[in-house]
Structure formats: structure tokens, C-alpha cells
Design a protein around this ligand. Structure first.
Ligand SMILES: CC(C)(COP(=O)(O)OP(=O)(O)OC[C@H]1O[C@@H](n2cnc3c(N)ncnc32)[C@H](O)[C@@H]1OP(=O)(O)O)[C@@H](O)C(=O)NCCC(=O)NCCS
Length: 157
């Protein structure tokens, strides 16, 4: 089986929502994904299959990026729990970084929960730096949690 990244389509949403709901306490709704597709955001899937035309692919994760006016925002990256720790999150973020560069963004931003140690480590090793804190940004089971705002400059290769 080959791992590949391909554009997300509307018909992928049931698989995307399954992975999203298994990964977040506060998952995105179907409507949010539909809006991202409608707005033309960069919506990508991480899949396993025998080749790109294989109808029996397994959807392991997804990533969503917005790019406008020279800035980009990594809005979502998610790998189903069963598939974590195999490098797919890193490959997806690297893919989105390349897409942002191709679309002429000079910087990429994202928000992450400080409690999300795995994601924080991933972004740190990819060269993201903390640029801001949004206090009480995220809901939690017991109250609110800050968001760390991370940024990375995208230099021309
Ligand atoms: C964050 C997430 C996308 C990472 O996906 P993944 O496929 O497991 O990540 P990878 O296997 O590519 O690992 C990437 C890096 O994360 C870190 N990491 C992975 N597993 C880890 C663990 N158990 N403990 C600490 N760090 C870990 C490491 O830095 C790793 O890089 P390395 O293995 O090359 O050293 C995944 O955990 C996920 O979907 N989480 C839920 C959704 C989420 O929180 N998304 C991010 C929102 S900001």
C-alpha cells in the first residue's frame, strides 16, 4: 500500500468527519468542511491505496490551509489515532507548507493548544516560532485554554 496526499472532495466528507471526530473533543462540523471546500481553501487527504485510481483507499487524515494576500493559515491537521506516529502528520504539514509557498505566501500561521504536546513538538521541529498567546481561546471540558500562535516565514527555495 502506498501513502499519498490528494485533494479532498465533498464525497470524502464521511471519512473526514470520522477521523475528525476521533481526534478532537471539539471537532469541526460537516458545514465547516463544506465551507472550506466552497471557499477554495486547500483541503487535502492523507490516504493509503495501491495507486491514485484505487477505489479501496483508506483515509487516514486530512489537512486544511487558507492562503490570501501573501499570508497563509494552517487551519487543521489531523491523523486518525490508529495511524499516528508513522510520519503522516509531518508529511501533511510539509505538503501544506509547500502549497503555501507555491501560492506565494511569505508566512504561515497556526494556533495550537499548549496541552497538545505532540502537535507542539511537530511544529517546533518544522521551524515554527511562538509569536503570540490568545488567552482563554479554546473551550475545554473544565473551562478555557489559551492558544499559542505559531508562525513560520516561508522563504523562496
Ligand atoms: C498532531 C498530529 C497531526 C500528528 O500526527 P502524526 O501522524 O502522529 O505525527 P508524525 O508521526 O508525523 O509525528 C510528527 C512529530 O510529532 C511528534 N510526536 C509524534 N508522536 C509523539 C509522541 N508520542 N510524543 C511526543 N511527540 C510525538 C514528534 O516530533 C514527531 O516527529 P518525529 O517522529 O519525526 O520526531 C496527530 O497527533 C493528530 O491528529 N492529533 C489530533 C489532532 C490535532 O491535535 N491536530 C493539531 C491541531 S493544532
Amino acid at each position: 500500500m502506498t501513502h499519498l496526499i490528494r485533494p479532498m472532495q465533498r464525497e470524502d466528507l464521511p471519512d473526514v468527519l470520522r477521523n475528525e471526530r476521533s481526534s478532537y473533543v471539539y471537532p469541526w462540523s460537516e458545514g465547516i468542511f463544506e465551507e472550506c471546500l466552497t471557499l477554495g481553501h486547500e483541503c487535502w487527504l492523507s490516504v493509503f491505496g495501491n495507486d491514485s485510481s484505487d477505489k479501496t483507499t483508506i483515509t487516514a487524515g486530512h489537512g486544511v490551509l487558507s492562503v490570501a494576500a501573501g499570508e497563509s493559515h494552517l487551519l487543521n491537521v489531523c491523523v486518525h489515532p490508529d495511524w499516528r506516529g508513522n510520519g503522516m502528520g509531518r508529511v501533511m504539514v510539509e505538503h501544506l507548507l509547500k502549497r503555501a509557498q507555491t501560492l506565494r505566501a511569505s508566512v504561515i500561521f497556526l494556533e495550537v493548544r499548549p496541552s497538545n504536546l505532540m502537535a507542539c513538538k511537530l511544529y517546533e521541529t518544522l521551524g515554527f516560532n511562538e509569536v503570540d498567546i490568545r488567552h482563554d481561546y479554546y473551550p475545554t471540558i473544565t473551562g478555557r485554554e489559551d492558544a499559542i500562535v505559531l508562525a513560520k516565514e516561508l522563504l523562496d527555495d
